[in-house]
Design a protein around this ligand. Structure first.
Ligand code: TRP
Length: 337
């Protein structure tokens, strides 16, 4: 029997950070033997907000390199660039026609990014239509390959619910006898939820947050990691213990990161440092992080752009025929062929 399929993607905008790695990519690495993994660099999603073209091109390659540097094995995993497989946008159009605009306007991510409210009240009417249609493209990514499992961050679950709704709706309308679109399962990483911003520890660590000090980027040099950790927001109590209290969010985040990368329980780490200051904890955490990132950075530096472009080319040849078959089936069901 062939393996189940998992599909996921990361946007090549901004710099990948510890939250992306621990919350997503590391999970993909862990299940790459069990599933047929399809890992996409979603450059078409990235252009829903303005991007500098040469920077976008560079970042797309960089994200693929980070996939490889993190341990995804190109012999097993299909790593590709979204725009290389035109059937993503083709399927997106088909799904567009069965999506209600209300379903798109209520998406939290759209409301956050656009300032447009659900009732159509607009503050910034200049946002691109691509931003509104973003979740349909995501549904197309997933449904094109009969995906079984989609590992994503918690912020994407609303989009995944829409994906399922659209698949069901398509099947109900056009493929009653034999479902043509598979309903995927969602997998949300518990770890991803725990990695918070270093400067605003009540928010998630984010690529798009303005301050780079808020995140540890995977390619940060040791001195940058040290500086960011030493500057991380804590509290004025200066007492190390692991607690859910709001005031302890900064310290808790540091203990959680320490715990995830060392495998030691956060409560235990807190006990180890109970008689020490925040500075001691931060210094040791920074060194742990520097060591943790070292192998990823080393591998990253050894991968050439050509290698990545070869992988993109190979993946394209694997995926296009498969995607074409799917589109043909769907076109037939809709009366287009
Ligand atoms: N929207 C996702 C994010 O920003 C990225 C993405 C695009 C994705 N297409 C996908 C994730 C398909 C999973 C499956 O995180």
């Amino acid at each position: 029997m062939s393996k189940k399929i998992f599909f996921s993607g990361v946007q090549p905008s901004g710099n990948l950070h510890l939250g992306n790695y621990l919350g997503s990519i590391k999970n993909w690495v862990d299940i790459q033997d069990e599933y047929q993994a399809i890992c996409c660099v979603v450059n078409l999603h990235a252009i829903t907000v303005p991007q500098d073209p040469s920077e976008l091109k560079k970042k797309t390659i960089e994200v693929a390199k980070l996939y490889l540097a993190s341990g995804l094995d190109p012999e097993k995993v299909i790593i590709f660039r979204q725009s290389d497989v035109p059937q993503h946008t083709e399927l997106m159009w088909l799904l567009n026609t069965i999506t209600k605009t209300g379903e798109l306007f209520k998406m939290t991510q759209f409301k956050d990014k656009s300032g447009i409210q659900e009732n159509g009240v607009t503050e910034k009417i200049s946002v691109g239509a691509g931003l509104l249609n973003y979740p349909i493209l995501m549904a197309a990514d997933i449904l094109l390959y009969d995906t079984d499992l989609v590992p994503v961050g918690e912020d994407q679950t609303q989009h995944l619910e829409l994906t399922k709704t659209l698949a069901r709706r398509f099947n109900n309308r056009f493929a009653k006898e034999r479902a043509l679109l598979k309903i995927p399962e969602i997998f949300v990483s518990k770890i991803g939820k725990k990695i918070m911003s270093l400067t605003e520890p009540n928010k998630k660590m984010s690529k798009s947050a303005e301050s780079p000090n808020s995140r540890i980027e995977l390619l940060d040099k040791p001195e940058v990691v040290r500086k960011k950790i030493m500057r991380a927001v804590t509290d004025s109590e200066n007492k190390i213990y692991y607690s859910d209290k709001k005031e302890k969010a900064g310290l808790r985040n540091l203990l959680n990161i320490f715990s995830i990368i060392t495998g030691k329980a956060p409560e235990e780490i807190a006990v180890d440092y109970q008689d020490k200051g925040y500075g001691d904890l931060k210094k040791d955490l920074a060194e742990e992080l520097v060591e943790y990132l070292k192998p990823i950075q080393k591998k990253f530096s050894e991968i050439s752009d050509e290698e990545v472009l070869d992988i993109f080319e190979k993946s394209k040849r694997t995926l296009i025929p498969r995607a074409e078959r799917k589109i043909t089936e769907l076109n037939r069901a809709m009366g287009l062929e």
